[in-house]
Design a protein around this ligand. Structure first.
Ligand code: GAL
Length: 417
């Protein structure tokens, strides 16, 4: 007997639906990309996953630098409700993996030859006991100075390449009624500025000893005292609205010409671009004073959590693979202000800031001055980094603490485990 036409259609629909449920998974992704440029970049990730037929569940926790996101993540994991993927970076990946909550994604890594496609300094961090548990997204450079050329012109000031020049320019800008430096007084931004000054004043070797190895002698040295004095001098050139300000609002001051400079990683470029500004014309980038021959890196990455549902696990693996595809690498970093982390991605469509970053990433790696950013989770365990953020911020905010006293506090914070 021939099947009834309606029954036949129903059967076909059922098969289709089954196929649909078998391949379409839901993937919940925790991140803190909520500013203009960041949100555009996150959107690119969402679109990539949706194009594969999966459902994106956005788990955005606002707060630059990600401290708020990490607090929320901890409570979700503790209650047995981890997202599929979370923006976790640097040494803290090892802590999460040691908890046994992260998934092994070696199969995806093998299929796409991640060991060949990634710089070793990056792939090592993505592995726990030799197995991939996370996928890197991009490379941000932290030691940048962002400038508004029109503001410099108005003040007759010269873009600074040394800290001495920086203070000369800052004085001229102040006299012209322009806020010399846009700052957001949040502890991670205080530390971002601090590490950049440490690199500029002390050089690469000092940075490594003091802020990566946390060597007590370097942390309590005459060089450190000079770094702290220089750092504190910058505060005279920030405005009254700085305390508590979000980093992207500080960038907006430079965009509008209310302020002339910002010391910030190149996610700030994402803000300029999202506001329709043209690099080299409306805004300029240069290595922060004294840091042209070094590179503090900040690699964004997503850790993958163990999942039970098969379709969702498939979606998770698709996400991991898509993140390292050359097309996504390009689109994402064009929006985010970063450079691709995958080797040999074409840089034709990138601006001069990104091209410089890409060249310097390679050159500094050879010269031994490619350094992990302390303020962005690349150098120390989260507890140590947190204590250092607080100690540096206390010094920044205090009217009384001397650089000598600050050195003691910072050295003590460095011992936090
Ligand atoms: C960094 C993160 C960047 C950027 C920035 C501000 O830690 O790596 O991707 O978004 O925070 O939120």
């Amino acid at each position: 007997m021939k099947p009834h036409p309606i029954r036949r259609t129903l059967a076909a629909t059922a098969v289709l639906m089954l196929a649909g449920t078998a391949s379409a998974g839901e993937i919940e992704v925790l991140h803190w990309w909520t500013s203009g440029g960041e949100a555009k970049a996150a959107q690119a990730l969402k679109a990539t996953l949706q194009a594969k037929g999966h459902v994106w569940k956005d788990f955005a926790v606002a707060g630059g630098g990600g401290d708020a996101a990490m607090t929320v993540l901890k409570s979700r994991v503790v209650s047995g409700n981890a997202p599929a993927a979370a923006q976790i970076k640097g040494p803290s990946l090892q802590e999460w993996a040691a908890e046994g909550v992260l998934a092994n994604i070696d199969d995806v890594a093998k299929a796409d030859k991640w060991d060949d496609a990634l710089p070793k300094v990056v792939s090592d961090v993505m592995k726990h006991k030799g197995h991939y548990i996370a996928v890197p997204v991009n490379v941000h450079r932290v030691n940048w100075l962002w400038l508004n050329p029109a503001a410099f012109q108005k003040a007759g000031a010269k873009p600074p390449t040394t800290w001495d020049e920086f203070f000369v320019a800052a004085e001229a800008l102040k006299k012209a009624g322009i806020v010399p430096i846009a700052h957001g007084g949040q502890n991670w931004q205080d530390l971002t500025t601090f590490e950049t000054v440490a690199l500029g004043v002390g050089g690469g070797e000092f940075y490594r000893k003091a802020l990566v190895q946390l060597d007590p002698a370097a942390l309590k040295s005459p060089t450190m005292e000079k770094v702290l004095a220089t750092y504190k001098r910058i505060k005279d050139y920030t405005d009254k609205g700085a305390p508590g300000r979000d980093w992207n609002l500080a960038t907006a001051m430079v965009i509008k010409g209310e302020a002339a400079m910002q010391i910030m990683g190149d996610w700030a470029k994402g803000e300029f671009i999202a506001a329709g500004k043209v690099p080299g014309k409306d805004f300029a980038c240069m290595a922060a004073p004294g840091t042209a021959k070094a590179f503090t890196f900040n690699v964004d990455s997503f850790a993958m959590f163990k999942l039970k549902n098969e379709a969702n696990t498939k979606a998770q693996k698709d996400l991991a693979a898509a993140i390292l595809s050359p097309e996504f690498q390009e689109t994402f970093s064009l929006n985010k202000g970063s450079i691709p982390v995958r080797l040999n991605v074409k840089m034709d469509r990138f601006d001069d800031c990104a091209k410089l970053s890409s060249r310097d990433f390679v050159d500094t790696a050879k010269a031994g001055t490619l350094l992990p950013s302390l303020a962005h989770g690349m150098a120390a365990a989260p507890a140590t980094e947190g204590a250092l953020k607080d100690a540096v911020s206390q010094f920044w905010n205090s009217d009384k603490m001397s650089p000598k006293e600050a050195m003691e506090k910072i050295a003590a914070a460095a011992r936090t485990k």
